[in-house]
Design a protein around this ligand. Structure first.
Ligand code: FES
Ligand SMILES: [Fe+2]
Length: 439
């Protein structure tokens, strides 16, 4: 623990290094929950997760148990998942349908799907008290703000702060890129996700997503094995190997190649890793999909959508979007050394089934906790957490390419090398501002 009252953030964050306590200290973590996660716009889910009235999905925002639920008026709301009577959780499952109303399992208070009280058994017991159906304290409380962008629902527990489009800023492209790749301009959630508990601070994940130096080291064994198989298929059949081998072999690109990939880092901590994975093999499935895109948008627009130079978009501090393959990873921090990650993927509406299969392969081969890729990363982050919890050394180094970034007038920082630690420096700049209450 720090020996002086926190937050003395200046002592923790320097332009080129960060004190290990930023990853380990429980008081810092509490401040993150209060000043970041329970204030900013947090991703709740996709509108297609709650298609019908009564459909709900439970989630946490910071430490708050919430429920995203569709009302009879078809509006999607985000409510505190807590009975106004004596606190019992109202929706007990991860997802489901509440039917006509939400009913508390303890004393059967019932709530309309918009959270308003519907009925209380033996209401006469409240005669003469201040509890009555007109008292808002009898109804479920709603998140202060709810908004959506292209079907992706966000909520903020604070009435103050920037509106959602401003918060997302440059990172809006993640959702545009995902939806624009659908001939119908929309995506639909695949209703089950992987849930993984990471035994590490949430910042390890966020730093790792745009860390272009690590893939060819951390994922070498998987990448090299996939490249061998690719070569063998080519030699034996003369045919191009299936695209999904490329998902793995791409990790073993040379350092120089990774270094040539650019990162764009924005003032709110959001970031974009450029570099296109080359998802346009000349095969019948891809060609059928491209034809559908041309039909929907015209050739010029469709080509613009299909050739966007994006690999990864980060919505700081909790969302990683791989829009070309319709994958989203959401972090829900639990403790300084414990983070829940949800790994979701989506279908492009109007695209051939084979294109969905392609994103499913990526989901299962790269992002699933059962694959070597995700497992390699998880191991690094756990070992990193152990190291930072030790007293071996106090500082975490972000010196790579410090002083050589392109700093723009709008506060964004463009790295001049893919492996620059500008990503982490930019994230910590935003982090310091959030914790100091400046954002
Ligand atoms: S706690 Fe919900 S009805 Fe009593
Ligand atoms: Fe990785």
């Amino acid at each position: 623990m720090l020996h002086e009252p926190i937050p003395n953030l200046k002592k923790l964050v320097e332009p080129d290094r960060v004190h290990r306590l930023a990853y380990t200290d429980p008081e810092i973590f509490e401040l993150e929950i209060k000043n970041i996660f329970e204030k900013i716009w947090v991703y709740c889910g996709h509108e297609s997760q709650v298609k019908k009235p009564g459909d709900y999905q439970t989630l946490t925002i910071g430490r708050q148990p919430m429920v995203m639920i569709r009302g009879k008026d078809m509006k999607v709301r985000v409510l505190y998942n807590r009975c106004p009577h004596r606190g019992v959780e109202l929706c007990g499952a991860l997802k489901g349908n509440a039917g006509e109303a939400l009913t508390c399992s303890y004393h059967s208070w019932r709530f309309h799907l918009d959270g308003k009280i519907e009925s209380i058994p033996l209401m006469k017991g409240y005669d003469g008290t201040r509890m009555n159906v007109d008292n808002p304290d009898c109804s479920m409380r709603a998140a202060a703000r709810v908004d959506s962008y292209r079907g992706f629902v966000f909520a903020s527990l604070s009435p103050d702060g920037p509106p959602l489009p401003e918060f997302l800023g440059e990172a809006k492209i993640a959702f545009d890129d995902m939806c624009d790749r659908a001939p119908e301009g929309e995506v639909e959630v695949v209703p089950y996700c992987h849930r993984v508990i990471q035994h590490s601070n949430w910042k390890f994940f966020m730093e790792n997503q745009l860390d272009a130096l690590h893939p060819s080291v951390t994922h070498q064994s998987t990448g090299v094995a996939a490249a061998w198989v690719e070569r063998e298929i080519k030699q034996k059949t003369g045919e191009a190997p299936p695209l999904y081998y490329h998902y793995l072999s791409a990790f073993t690109m040379s350092f120089d190649k990774w270094d040539s990939v650019q990162t764009l880092n924005y003032p709110r901590g959001h970031g974009i890793l450029k570099g296109y994975m080359g998802l346009r093999p000349d095969d019948p499935d891809t060609n059928a999909y491209v034809a559908k895109m041309y039909e929907a948008y015209g050739k010029e627009k469709a080509e613009k959508f299909l050739s966007r130079d994006i690999h990864h978009v980060l919505v700081y501090p909790y969302l990683s979007v791989q829009s070309p393959l319709q994958q989203i990873r959401v972090l829900r921090p639990i403790a300084p050394n414990k983070t829940l990650s949800e790994i979701w993927h989506f279908r492009l509406k109007g695209a051939p089934e084979a294109i969905y299969r392609r994103s499913l392969w990526y989901y299962n081969l790269v992002n699933s906790p059962a694959t070597m890729i995700n497992a390699d990363d998880l191991e690094n982050w756990t070992k990193g957490q152990w190291g930072l919890e030790s007293s071996g050394m106090d500082w975490v180094s972000f010196h790579r390419d410090h002083g050589r970034d392109q700093e723009n007038a709008d506060g964004s920082i463009y790295s001049n090398s893919g492996t620059s630690e500008a990503v982490m420096r930019s994230q910590f700049k935003a982090w310091t501002e959030y914790l100091a209450g400046d954002k």
